[in-house]
Design a protein around this ligand. Structure first.
Ligand SMILES: [Zn+2]
Length: 234
């Protein structure tokens, strides 16, 4: 299978579904991660231009740990709008490039506007990508692809219907998360937040809910014709 995870900022995918993506990759599936935003405003000291480059590299490092290809739409933080044709077309191009059998993205009720916009962009773009005469720069037609929404940050307001056992992949998930040095270091030093512990705790809690040590949680996007009878999560 081709698996495409579209997160907003570099590190969002690591937080909510890197265990699942590592599991897919270990089973021989091709996994591509796309960051729609470049994370350029994610620091109080480092300037946006410099941070944009740093975070692109951090994302590449994280993907490399699990054999995952990483691409970006390179849109500035707080500049993601689901009403933008230009941005939707960028996501269409990524979907056409990846030709996914399953897409994972943010839930429509996640905690910040860029995430919510990405969720809508992906929903809209996945339809547009399947329309043969809708022209964008990638000249290919993608399938109408089932979408799974990954957990919200800290699980707030998210009621899972699907779980993935990531007990064997939680270390890899945390290793991938630690690649995002600009974020992890800053949060530890200045906010007193150990984000690795935060993320591990969420995975343990989702694990408790489904009777395993660590898990990640999802809900399917219920919209015709994205609903399929077979399980697509690993
Ligand atoms: Zn984010």
């Amino acid at each position: 299978m081709n698996v495409l995870a579209i997160g907003c900022h570099p590190d969002d995918v690591e937080v909510n579904c890197a265990g699942t993506l590592s599991k897919y990759a270990s089973q021989g599936h091709k996994v591509i991660v796309c960051h729609v935003a470049n994370g350029n405003l994610g620091h109080e000291i480092i300037q946006p231009d410099e941070l944009r480059v740093m975070r692109a590299k951090e994302a590449q490092n994280a993907g490399a740990l699990a054999g995952i290809e990483v691409v970006t739409c390179d849109i500035g933080d707080i500049m993601v709008y689901d009403s933008s044709k230009e941005q939707r077309d960028k996501v269409v191009d990524v979907i056409r490039y990846a030709n996914p059998d399953v897409i994972i993205t943010h839930s429509p009720n996640d905690y910040m506007p860029d995430h919510v916009a990405v969720s809508k962009l992906v929903f809209d773009a996945s339809f547009a990508a399947s329309v043969p005469h809708y022209k964008t720069s990638v000249d290919a037609k993608a399938k109408v692809t089932p979408i799974y929404y990954m957990d919200n940050l800290a699980g707030v307001g998210f009621m899972p219907t699907e779980y993935v056992d990531i007990s064997d992949f939680v270390d890899k998930k945390l290793e991938m998360l630690e690649c995002h040095v600009s974020q992890m270091k800053w949060m530890r030093a200045h906010d007193g937040i150990d984000f690795a512990e935060f993320v591990k705790t969420c995975a343990r809690y989702r694990g408790l809910q489904c009777g395993v040590m660590y898990a990640e949680a999802f809900t399917p996007c219920f919209a015709w014709p994205k609903v399929v009878p077979q399980r697509l999560l690993p």
